[in-house]
Design a binder for this molecule. Sequence first.
Ligand SMILES: [Ca+2]
Ligand SMILES: [Ca+2]
Ligand SMILES: [Ca+2]
Length: 316
Amino acid sequence: MWLHRLVQLCLLAGLSTVFVVSQGCAQRLLVEYPDDTPTRADGRVASTAGSPKTFASPDARAKAVAHANEQRATLLGQLKPPMATARRLTRGMITIDGKLDESAWQTAQVVTDFKNSKAVTPESETTRVRMAWDARYLYVAFECQDSDIVATITERDGELWREDCVEVFIDANGDGMSYVEYEVSPLGVFYDAALADYRPSIDWVKDLAHLDLQHSLECYTVRDSPMAVAVNGTLNDSSDTDSGYVVELAISWADLARGTNASRLPPRDGDLMGVGLYRINIRTKADPKTADYAAWSPTKSWFHVPFLFGRVLFID
Ligand SMILES: [Ca+2]
Ligand SMILES: [Ca+2]
Ligand SMILES: [Ca+2]
């Protein structure tokens, strides 16, 4: 019954392929994201609302900017964003199927040690991420240990951050301002947005946590960024203990280029990008109110702090 309902939900969500394989008492679910998914907007659209912050006087603005710059320098010094390498692959080495059995994944650097972003405390269940790239895609693989997998949202671009999900933010030109955001849920639902025209000195004058999302968020829809999810456990059933889920994602350089103002994609050997890797982990069993908002590079606030993203070094 549960399975039937899940397949129904996936069909409703426009997901083209669902494979279920029984593994003892564990159930394995693979979901592929189709090419013809409905879109909210084709490519970039203009910001819909909001206006830049205003200040009582030029002096007040200068003070606010100086204060924000000072805070940014302090946070950078305290949090020291981590770095990881992504190695270049030959095309075809990775198959997006939710299984990380390719040799390219076995040899990729493992990013781990995620912390709750605000409190900078260790997450409750382990997240491991690997990255790699080729001429067409940036590949990102999440392995999420999760004893209680929670995912009910089936709508594309739904509010996935309210349930279990993983998130990748990419500041392709490293300016600490504009970036794209991708989210994937254990149900294989996708969210994407471009955050542009973001001005750290002006939009964050209060406490570095007040990015004017209304002004900066742009709807945008990927065209060539396939992903697959494998769940080892039961979704939305807290009566048992789940093992976790895997998200295997390929983000095309073409999609990234449409969402950012990066001038040089794909990257070249030695290029650096800002990359935020995040995971939201609802733990209904532990306490319905608790969740981990975990980050590879914690921000001491929410996730939208692009100058504190981790750094990824692209190497041949
Ligand atoms: Ca694979
Ligand atoms: Ca969970
Ligand atoms: Ca479960």
